[in-house]
Write a protein that binds this ligand. Structure first.
Ligand SMILES: [Fe+2]
Length: 374
């Protein structure tokens, strides 16, 4: 058993200004990677103000799209190289943070081009990275992986490098004003990270400290977060304390998967997001119950633990709750068959499930999770 996570992590109110010196020590010229609106919550202004006070010049790339493409990361890296940045700051949800990891690789050497995102090159030392998450699902601020959209392959996939952030500055205040759908989808992403980590082939009693605690936190949060969703109020008004707990839960989910990786629901989600535009959290969430059912047939005590931590009596009750809150997704029989075939060939991801799966089991996870049309 082994625990390892090298990220210097702070989770607190006014995190950026409190730890300005930890940020400014990373380099002398900063390249900020963010989305068009993901830094409108005050996070970008807070980072800029700290850099200005520290006398560190910076440039901003704010064109990271949802599910960032390799092409976008290449463009950002070109701008980083032109600015001669020696460290990168990612601000936003999972998309800007994952794109920032790719920029750290691509901008580490002017000789690199897009091809290095398709095949891992040896000897690359990524630029140092700081992360400021502004959503509560990805956990990317503490994971080494960056998931990018590979249009050439018509899906999302992890880039072939691991990049841990040097410092993660986590502050729940940046969730204020986040749209309700974003909060729900991203918090379900965190839920998927926690469940997949707890049930992973790499789970052990050390790294389950993260997943079991995170699942318990999520179980408490769901009663308030989703009860508010059911109200008639416009928007989702969360308290500062709840925002901080959502961020904490998300980061713990990230710490969990930094040890185990994700598993089948994530692998199944990528095609659904690419082909159908289903948001990442929802695309993972709708597969969770069927995945847990497969696991329960082989080891029911672990899935009973998961249900207990979350406050559900059974997988059936959990599955109904997921359907009630996320709705259903329709795909054709042919699309379902193609997705099942793809997963059956993904031996790396299948190895994250601790038991052997038959092809019929894989098909069943799709048919039970989705509405299949002709
Ligand atoms: Fe995820």
């Amino acid at each position: 058993m082994k625990l390892f996570n090298p990220v210097k992590l702070f989770i607190e109110h006014d995190c950026i200004s409190n730890h300005a010196s930890d940020l400014c020590v990373l380099g002398s010229r900063a390249f900020i990677v963010t989305g068009r609106s993901s830094a409108s919550n005050g996070s970008l202004a807070d980072v800029c103000s700290v850099l200005e006070a520290g006398g560190i010049p910076y440039a901003i790339f704010n064109a990271v799209e949802e599910n960032p493409s390799v092409e976008t990361c290449v463009q950002a890296a070109k701008e980083s190289l032109a600015f001669q940045a020696d460290f990168v700051i990612g601000i936003g949800g999972g998309s800007p943070l994952d794109a920032a990891k790719a920029v750290c690789v691509l901008a580490s050497d002017a000789a690199l081009d897009e091809s290095c995102m398709y095949e891992k090159l040896p000897g690359i030392t990524p630029l140092p990275l700081a992360a400021v998450p502004t959503t509560c699902g990805t956990g990317s601020e503490v994971t080494p992986n960056g998931v990018l959209t590979y249009h050439r392959f018509h899906t999302k996939s992890s880039m072939p490098y691991t990049v841990f952030t040097a410092i993660a500055l986590v502050d729940g205040k940046y969730l204020a004003g986040a749209p309700e759908s974003l909060l729900i989808n991203t918090s379900v992403d965190a839920l998927a990270h926690l469940i997949e980590s707890y049930l992973s082939a790499k789970a052990d009693s050390l790294n389950r400290m993260y997943s079991s605690y995170g699942l318990q936190l999520w179980g408490i949060l769901k009663d308030t977060l989703f009860a508010r969703e059911a109200s008639e109020e416009e928007g989702l008004h969360i308290t500062a304390a709840m925002a901080q707990q959502l961020m904490l839960t998300s980061t713990i989910g990230g710490l969990a998967i930094s040890h185990t990786g994700t598993s089948l629901p994530h692998a199944m989600s990528y095609g659904l997001t690419y082909e159908k535009g289903i948001p990442h959290g929802k695309a993972c969430g709708i597969f969770l119950a069927a995945y847990m059912e497969q696991y329960a047939r082989r080891n029911p005590s672990d899935t009973e633990d998961v249900c207990f931590f979350l406050g559900f009596d059974s997988i059936e009750e959990f599955g109904q709750w997921i359907t009630d809150h996320l709705g259903t997704v329709s795909i054709t029989k042919a699309e379902a068959a193609a997705f099942a075939e793809g997963l059956a060939q993904n031996t790396g991801k299948l190895a994250t499930f601790p038991f052997a799966l038959e092809y019929a089991d894989i098909q069943e996870m799709y048919t039970k999770s989705l509405k299949i049309t002709e």
